[in-house]
Design a protein around this ligand. Structure first.
Ligand code: GLU
Length: 351
């Protein structure tokens, strides 16, 4: 089938019907992405947000992982990558921080690659816990025990779903998948891994609790170890924004053009992010911002604007729920100014 001969109308209809071709949305519709179309405006709003919140001092670095307590809490970077590959950055965007919990999104995507969304849903679930991200009480209380792929218990269970002949092969698969989503080779920050591996008794306890309920699908401690490694992967704000833009672009990396995530998996991943991406701050986030997002205790938040792009803010001090204070403020500001809230008809251009 010759893509060039298809009318724009057909391509839009095909996209809506879900039969999306392996091209950027811009190429499918013949239009620039809505973010790229107003690049000057996006730049202006990002600069405004940076100025407005750079003096914010609330929050505190995570310290239950010793390495994170020593990261410079003044670091502050913003990166936007659009579905047609445009890049807008501000501040400390070259600093490599640990991806932490944001990795959970991409291990979920990888698990779905081979098992499909129904099987993953059955094995993990997708219910918010209303409790802290590392809560053992949630494992006991939630009917599915693993709760959802974005809290620690569900994420460890999701890591246990990745197939391979041994732990190292499974790990290689995970790292390769993240790198393909970022469009460049990512590596583990060894110091973070060591620091976290030496202090992850809580996660080990969760893995054994999951085993009690038959909700972990490989050796519990090996699964925790691969999960710990995935949390220790280093990303800068730009690399992470590109990973998010891959989701926004229907699973196709806007830099490399590679189909990394199946398009049919994308809505499931984004729904999990909306449901539990900011832990027990997720309801407030949906209320105020209305974008699927995932935070990590390393200080990053990735928010996805489907079809348009992704925004990442990195600033280490966290609130009580474990979410970066500045990152929440900046993304809320940008989403409001640019009408990104998915629940608002304005987000599709309604004026
Ligand atoms: N590696 C962290 C943990 O397991 C991830 C938590 C997070 O980023 O929220 O506790």
């Amino acid at each position: 089938m010759k893509i060039k001969r298809m009318s724009a109308t057909f391509l839009v209809a095909a996209a809506i019907a879900g039969t999306v071709l392996p091209l950027s949305i811009a190429a499918q519709t013949g239009q620039s992405s809505p973010v790229a179309a107003s690049r000057a405006n996006v730049e202006k709003v990002i600069a405004e947000a940076y100025e407005k919140y750079k003096g914010e001092t609330r929050g505190k670095n995570a310290d239950y992982i010793p390495y994170l307590a020593h990261v410079d809490s003044k670091l502050f970077g913003i990166a936007v990558v659009t579905t047609d590959g445009k890049v807008i950055t501000m501040g400390d965007v070259d600093y490599s921080f640990s991806i932490q919990s944001i990795s959970k999104v991409f291990t979920l995507a990888l698990a779905m690659e081979s098992l499909g969304p129904d099987e993953v849903f059955k094995k993990i679930g997708s219910e918010p816990t209303g409790r802290a991200f590392n809560s053992p009480v949630a494992v006991v209380d939630m009917p599915t025990h693993s709760a959802n792929p974005l809290v620690n218990a569900g994420a460890i269970a999701t890591a246990s779903l990745i197939s391979g002949k041994d732990k190292d092969e499974k790990w290689a698969k995970i790292l390769d998948f993240y790198s393909r989503a970022a469009g460049e080779k990512l590596v583990v920050i060894d110091e973070v891994y060591k620091s976290e591996a030496a202090s992850n008794e809580g996660n080990k306890a969760l893995s054994y609790l999951l085993a009690k309920y038959d909700r972990i699908y490989a050796d519990p401690f090996e699964s925790v170890d691969n999960y710990t490694k995935q949390c220790s992967v280093g990303v800068n704000a730009l690399q992470l924004a590109r990973m998010g833009a891959t989701l926004a672009n229907n699973g196709i990396n806007p830099k490399t053009g590679e189909v990394v995530i199946k398009s049919e998996d994308v809505p499931h991943i984004l729904s999990a992010m909306m449901m539990a991406g900011l832990y027990d701050g997720s309801g407030g986030w949906a209320w105020h911002v209305g974008l699927p997002a995932k935070s990590g205790v390393g200080g990053g938040i990735l928010a996805v604007v489907p079809g348009k792009g992704a925004i990442v803010v990195f600033a280490p001090p966290l609130d009580e729920a474990g979410n970066s204070v500045k990152a929440q403020e900046v993304i809320e500001y940008v989403a409001n100014k640019l009408n990104y809230n998915l629940y608002s008809p304005l987000s599709v251009g309604w004026k």
